[in-house]
Write a protein that binds this ligand. Sequence first.
Ligand SMILES: Nc1ncnc2c1ncn2[C@@H]1O[C@H](COP(=O)(O)OP(=O)(O)O)[C@@H](O)[C@H]1O
Ligand SMILES: [Mg+2]
Length: 604
Amino acid sequence: MNLELQGITKRFGSLVANDHIDLSIATGTIHALLGENGAGKTTLMNILYGLTQPDEGTILADGQPLTIHSPKNAIAARIGMVHQHFMLVPVFTVAENVTLGDEETRPLGLLDRRRMRRKVRELSERYGLRVDPDALTGDLPVGVQQRVEILKALVRDAQVLILDEPTAVLTPGETEDLFRIMRELRESGRAIVFISHKLKEVQAIADTITVLRRGRVVGERPPATSEDELAALMVGRSVQLRVAKTIAKPGRVVLEVRDLVVASGASVAVGAEEHAHVAVNGLSFRVRAGEIVGVAGVQGNGQTELCEALMGLLPVTSGSVRLEDRDITGAAPRDRLRAGIGYIPEDRQQDGLVGPFPVYENLVLDTYNRPPFASGPALKLDVIRTTAEQRVAEFDIRAQSISVPVETLSGGNQQKVILAREVGRDVKLLLASQPTRGLDVGSIEFVHRRIIEERDKGAAVVLVSSELDEIYALSDRIGIMYEGRFTGFRPPDVPVEELGLLMAGIVGADVPESGETDSPERTSRGAAAPAEPDPPGATGPADPEPPEPPEPGEPPEPGEPPEPGEPPEPGEPPEPGEPPEPGEPPERAGPDGDDPTRTLRKPT
Ligand SMILES: Nc1ncnc2c1ncn2[C@@H]1O[C@H](COP(=O)(O)OP(=O)(O)O)[C@@H](O)[C@H]1O
Ligand SMILES: [Mg+2]
């Protein structure tokens, strides 16, 4: 099916989110929509999917005008969409989610579990969308949940599939998987609209790239177009894809973490690791004033919990955390903020902002009740507002006004609000967790520059990121996390292959390096200089621990217990011990020299 969007215009108040957009989506192609956050990509696709009504414009399907008032119309026209934030019901199984809402259009019926399961299995086999139809959706890693969303569209026979920033939540490996699926869907004659802000990705997968900027189409380019040209189109000026920084001059120790053990929160359970799970397993490291320590690792190896524990959002099981000369192991988050920690949380909607509150209030969330924003119990609204106006200008936060709810801002602008607030006061330690996730190159450049500025002003910075480009661009030292520990620390010129092995838990015996030395100077690599005895648990020379053997008594992946009350199906064999995802490597290496790369953990 060929789709033609003509003159699509959508206004939100005075803001023109889509300004007379023309777009042709051809069958059997992957069409990328590239644009900064807030460029209008989601709005345009929401219009195509019937979630938003345009103020002007028409949509043609194979030359015929198409009226789309609701997703129901879109689905009937065989248009499917996978949203940026998934819309699955976590307590439902995959099969239930896939067929949810489909009962009216097909004689399937929610109760016909067996047919649902079979259908999901068929489709997942045909397109390589590996997923267990019986798994509870909430337990699945994001990458797999995304496959469920795609299946959901395919079950409804989507011929045009819209994927809104599908890779924002994926690891490089998962992205490769998704691209393979996308190519197969293209081969099957479908059209795919791929929304992204990542230049390399659109170059790799798209047949055509349409660039949007501030609601307008600013160009259509072939995938061979250079990164610089695409970036300039997107942002409207040339951008530095990699920010400049000088050599760090580390000073006094600001953060000292010793033997930290943190149990993961209940919601982190994935597959077999459902039981209480040690997310951070005896970490020790130090961060000095004026240096950026990057924490690299595949998502789900304890990075999130490390940050949350450092912020006091997750309880510490054992070990200690010191900020300068103060033990803050048990301190409340608010006290940590007051003690000089700035925090850029991974989940900005949930932990970083109060969505319905106006931008100006979000800019002073942790300091509103103190001078200069308050005197006694009275808030000084004028001071708060003036400060907010200044921050908005300084951080180039694009909002209609400082009074609009912060949730109406695009992701990049929301992140700038957090950044402006967190570095707007003096911080000794900046904890930045996935600070540019989902941001466009323009915003990334900005956030990176500000983080380096904080370092240069003397802050100690802990940067947690699953984007290796970001780790390389910012870190003065790189700590690699695997299964709750550091498998090593490396200088920022470490080859990516070595980093990859450390991320997979493979610790080369020939590359010892201490996590941190007492002198700011690094010990020479490979010289096996005696690692500092202090802190005792620091990642010593060649992490002495071999990869853990499977714990006795813990079966690798027990088959899901049968659902209570549901008799085993007569037709299908019970599939004992079936892993959630057929074909997926086990989480741990087999005892006998499995391919080392296969030990990579599934991200959560
Ligand atoms: N429901 C809404 N109300 C007000 N403004 C909105 C709404 N949805 C989107 N916008 C605004 O429209 C612009 C385009 O947003 P969006 O389409 O989400 O951009 P993109 O997907 O390219 O990041 C942004 O400035 C955003 O704040
Ligand atoms: Mg969007």
